[in-house]
Design a binder for this molecule. Structure first.
Ligand code: PSU
Ligand code: MN
Length: 301
């Protein structure tokens, strides 16, 4: 086992017994939602995974240790510290480990640590992707590269249209990452169920998802699989409301010269501020929905 990795006793016991385990990210806790809603949500997501027959493994870097499975106190700590905790992508782990620092794991580092721990499935809200204007900024999330090289199934609600969703799909196609729509032919756009872009395959049951992932693993693919699960209808947002907020956030980011690792957190925070509590509630509900699907699929893997 990796010498920097700590697997919690509960997750370790589940893995040893071949029981289903679902990984969860921590950027959504520290950077994605305000305190204390972030902590309440993280605990509720864990509970939802348990109710659906799997063991949750929330992932983070604490004191330079790569953690798979956090205690409620550790989740509280990450949630309360919020933006003071570094956003940890692939390039950040060596520094955080060497300096014994804390990090909130993105989709990228959650996939990495899940894979180190032997966890095959991970539930989150939205992934990073190709940013609008990437043809000049070259801002492409490391999440796409990780999906191309780490064999973990990521269950999300698609991606927010702060990104260029068409280019994100092109990139995933180039990298050989299957994009699956759960109960849909269309890529969901996080707050809304539709984006106007098609997915590669529609799947209608956890059994079908598990079969596709098993086939991919049996063929020794080095990459992962992206499952996009639309937000439940009753929590979906009005497209015009969310589009206006995204346009406004993008305009402010460009005016203020926001760039690099700050781009995604800036855009996400502004969209939440501009749309108020409605988008936060949608965000919580779609994560719970993804946790349910991931737990039910993990039980079949
Ligand atoms: N998109 C969302 N919500 C999120 C993120 C992205 O809708 O919370 C977070 C995830 O942790 C994701 C990261 O892995 O942002 C991507 O950041 P970047 O674009 O800097 O790679
Ligand atoms: Mn970026």
């Amino acid at each position: 086992m990796n010498k920097y990795l700590d697997i919690s006793p509960e997750v370790q016991a589940a893995l040893a017994a071949g029981k289903p385990v679902v990984a969860l990210e921590s950027t959504i806790i520290s950077h994605g939602m305000p305190y204390p809603k972030n902590v309440q949500t993280a605990l509720k997501v864990e509970q939802t995974i348990r109710e659906n027959g799997a063991v949750p493994a929330t992932i983070a870097v604490i004191g330079g240790r790569l953690k798979a499975g956090l205690s409620a106190d550790e989740i509280e700590y990450l949630g309360k510290a919020g933006r003071k905790v570094a956003k940890a992508s692939r390039r950040d782990l060596p520094a955080l480990v060497a300096r014994k620092a804390d990090g909130a794991t993105t989709v990228t580092t959650t996939m990495m640590i899940a894979h180190m721990a032997g966890i095959r499935i991970f539930a989150t809200g939205g992934i990073g992707g190709v940013h609008r204007g990437a043809e000049t900024t070259m801002d492409i999330s490391a999440d796409l590269e990780e999906l191309a090289q780490t064999p973990v199934m990521v269950v999300c609600a698609g991606a927010k249209s702060i990104l260029d969703l068409g280019l994100t799909l092109e990139y995933l196609e180039t990298k050989g990452v299957p994009v699956i729509g759960y109960g849909t032919e269309e890529l969901p756009a996080f707050y809304t169920r539709k984006s106007g872009f098609g997915v590669d395959y529609r799947v209608d049951s956890p059994e079908e998802l598990a079969a596709m992932f098993r086939a991919q693993r049996d063929m020794n693919y080095k990459g992962g699989m992206l499952v996009t699960n639309p937000i439940p209808e009753e929590y979906a947002m009005d497209k015009t409301v969310i589009d206006a907020a995204i346009e406004q956030a993008l305009k402010e980011a460009s005016e203020q010269g926001v760039h690099g690792k700050e781009t995604t957190p800036f855009l996400l925070a502004r969209v939440v501020e501009l749309t108020g509590g409605e988008s936060l509630e949608s965000n919580i509900q779609l994560v719970l929905n993804n946790a349910r699907l991931a737990a039910r699929t993990a039980a079949l893997l």
